[in-house]
Write a protein that binds this ligand. Structure first.
Ligand SMILES: NC(=O)c1ccc[n+]([C@@H]2O[C@H](COP(=O)([O-])OP(=O)(O)OC[C@H]3O[C@@H](n4cnc5c(N)ncnc54)[C@H](O)[C@@H]3O)[C@@H](O)[C@H]2O)c1
Length: 357
């Protein structure tokens, strides 16, 4: 049994990118465990946003500023005095990175750099988990899974921003933290998460749900694209475990970590949408091949290191992940249930599944 709630109870935790999709789930989980949560976001669209839907702005201390503004970030950190930081703020979309390459690289790289600088400066910070992506690896088309020490790379601006962030995290860890500072610094790599409350444009599940809610046909750009899918709670459980272990033993756990999927998690876009439609109870699909940009080939993460050293392993099958994702939207929009309660119920069920207390 993993005693995690006791650890997070009353801990001061900062989540950058709190107003984002993953940030909202992470903040909800931290609140559930009794943490004192501080979050940052940047000009979010409040209408279609899980964070505001869950009214998290009333439950955590939120600051809205650009992560590239080092002074504002450091002021907020100084005031909130977190002992743990999860850095999620980013421009996270590959397609958007082709349209705005400079902005994507600036936000993702400079944001990471600013969080590292602040962590170097303030001694009250004890554990920092920086979220990059499975796209940080050079995709050489190999059939085996990618290990943490495989070559970094990526041929689109988003992937380049994440591999560059990885190099910077490593350099800071080696130069300023290892053997010198009592603070754990890790990067966490995951990809293709799904879950309730995602409203991002140009992502499969949100696009699909938006069509289903309006009783419209679901258009698919790349029905045969295969991806390893995972529910958002899976990597977040990994981030929470890592931050705790790193807090307790920074030297032992400061590293790069893959939070990948189970075997058999690679499914085509069409298979995922078929699952959604079956759980939703109705819906039709049409293929609309409009994608002008290169999309990376499927890449899977090797998870032997996290299994062995963190005792983390994925819990849900892809089908289960899609099922609870679809249920989230059904319960909130068709059955008009309170979104915070639905989210918390899914967190508690997932904790029980993992024997977490
Ligand atoms: N969602 C996925 O499938 C996935 C996969 C791999 C990695 N990731 C990574 O996980 C993290 C969170 O992703 P998400 O899906 O929640 O994205 P999201 O777009 O929902 O959230 C991004 C967050 O970053 C904030 N942000 C953006 N630009 C900012 C700026 N200039 N200054 C301050 N804050 C800014 C936004 O306000 C928001 O809170 C990102 O680092 C992303 O690259 C996501």
């Amino acid at each position: 049994m993993e005693q995690i709630s006791n650890f997070y109870k009353n801990k001061r935790v900062l989540v950058t990118g709190a107003t984002g999709f993953k940030g909202s789930w992470l903040c909800s989980w931290l609140l559930h465990m009794g943490a004192k949560v501080y979050g940052s976001g940047y000009s979010p669209n409040q209408n279609k946003n899980l964070f505001y839907q869950l009214k998290l702005q009333k439950k955590i201390k939120l600051a809205i500023f650009d992560i590239r503004d080092q002074k504002k970030l450091e002021n907020f950190i100084f005031k909130s005095k977190p002992s743990i930081i999860f850095h999620l703020a980013a421009q996270p979309l590959i397609i958007e990175s082709y349209l705005k390459p400079h902005l994507t690289i600036d936000i993702n790289v400079r944001g990471t750099l600013n969080v590292l600088e602040a962590s170097k400066k303030f001694n009250f910070i004890k554990s920092v988990v920086l979220i990059t992506s499975d796209k940080c690896y050079e995709n050489v088309g190999k059939l085996t899974r990618y290990k943490e020490d495989d070559v970094l790379g990526g041929i689109d601006p988003y992937s380049a921003s994440k591999s560059a962030s990885e190099l910077i995290i490593r350099a800071y860890r080696e130069s300023f933290f290892k053997n010198k500072k009592n603070c754990g610094i890790s990067s966490a790599r995951a990809g293709n998460v799904i879950g309730g409350g995602d409203w991002s444009t140009k992502r499969l599940i949100p696009d699909c749900i938006k069509s289903l809610l309006k009783n419209k046909v679901v258009f698919l750009r790349n029905p045969n694209f295969n991806r390893p899918w995972q529910h958002v709670l899976e990597p977040i459980r990994g981030y929470l475990m890592l931050a705790k272990k790193q807090f307790q033993e920074p030297k032992k756990y400061s590293d790069a970590w893959n939070f990948g999927t189970k075997n058999n998690s690679v499914k085509s876009v069409k298979e995922i949408v078929d699952y959604i439609i079956s759980f939703w109870g109705s819906g039709k699909i049409r293929v609309n091949r409009e994608n002008k940009f290169h999309e990376q080939k499927n890449l899977q993460l090797d998870i032997n290191k996290v299994k062995k050293r963190l005792k983390w392993y994925p819990t849900y099958s892809v089908k289960k992940g899609v099922q609870i994702t679809t249920e989230w939207y059904l319960q909130v929009f068709k059955n008009k249930q309170d979104s915070f309660k639905v989210t918390n119920k899914q967190i508690v069920e997932y904790m029980n599944e993992n024997n977490w207390h």
